[in-house]
Design a protein around this ligand. Structure first.
Ligand SMILES: CC(C)CCNC(=O)Cn1cc(-c2ccc3c(-c4nc5ccccc5[nH]4)n[nH]c3c2)cn1
Length: 250
């Protein structure tokens, strides 16, 4: 595998590290998303180990709703990741355009997410960063979880710092808890509840100032608009009321 094998097309987006380009493999015309990471940048940010872990995690996952990492190679300065090309791009762009999705569409997306999470958790991988920005849409409208930058092999502990939106953080990653500070795959289920709400309502359930968001998450203080069906409200509440979640909130 080397760069010369690929024709590089338009930029597809900018991750926290490096850029992603549409690319086509010359010999067979295979279309993919080629992500370029600069070794110097990864060293400065001291994330080489995390990138190696993410590559190892993503390379071993085979699921229609998890973005595939086909392979990787590097030259003196850069690391190249050969990622699956998602034909319909980023989910959050579709969400912002539509404001909110009809229930049949949100329900299909959540079912696909639940299936992908069963696969991840089956391999004791916690994603920890489920949010619309990390979900892509394939050519047939199916969703693809991406960006395992924060995934860890369960059980995780809270010492890993976390940056990014608070909206999706579950209580136990916010509220100081009993010693041991470990949490498990259920953090992704909390985020799945938040994602369900956001797909149906168009904004996150605890969206507020950072301080208020933190407080509202810890109290599971959220209101669901009347246009959300009783069944969907029940599902979101079920995640909030789940004995495991409540136990960890006190
Ligand atoms: C090892 C680690 C640091 C990297 C592994 N994880 C990732 O690279 C996560 N990641 C995936 C992407 C990404 C971004 C955009 C796309 C696209 C895509 N398809 C599009 C269609 C229309 C418009 C925009 C599109 N972007 N397909 N596959 C992608 C993959 C960016 N970062």
């Amino acid at each position: 595998l080397h760069l010369g094998m690929f024709e590089i097309g338009k930029p597809l987006g900018k991750g926290k590290f490096g850029r992603v380009y549409l690319a086509r493999e010359r010999d067979h015309g295979f279309v993919c998303a080629l992500k370029v990471l600069y070794k110097s940048e990864l060293q400065t940010a001291r994330v080489e180990k995390q990138v190696r872990r993410e590559v190892e995690i993503q390379s071993n996952l085979r699921h229609p709703n998890i973005l595939k990492l086909y392979g990787h190679f590097h030259d003196s300065k850069r690391i190249f990741l050969i990622l699956e090309f998602a034909g319909q791009g980023e989910l959050y762009k579709h969400l912002r355009k539509a404001t909110r999705f009809p229930e049949w569409k949100a329900a299909q997306y959540i079912a696909q997410m639940a299936s992908a999470l069963r696969c991840l958790h089956g391999k004791h991988v916690i994603h920890r960063d489920i949010k619309p920005e990390n979900i892509l849409v394939g050519i047939h409208g199916e969703i693809k979880i991406s960006d395992f930058g924060w995934s860890v092999h369960a059980p995780g502990n809270r010492r890993n710092t976390y940056c990014g939106t608070l909206d999706y953080l579950p209580p136990e990653m916010i509220v100081p808890r009993s010693p041991g500070n470990s949490y498990d795959e259920k953090v992704d289920l909390w985020s799945l509840g938040v994602l369900t709400y956001e797909l149906l309502v168009g904004e996150a359930p605890f969206e507020d100032t950072p301080v208020m968001t933190t407080r509202r998450i810890a109290r599971a203080d959220m209101k669901t608009p009347s246009f959300v069906s009783a069944e969907a409200t029940d599902l979101i509440k079920k995640v909030q009321q789940h004995p495991w979640v409540l136990k960890h909130c006190r």
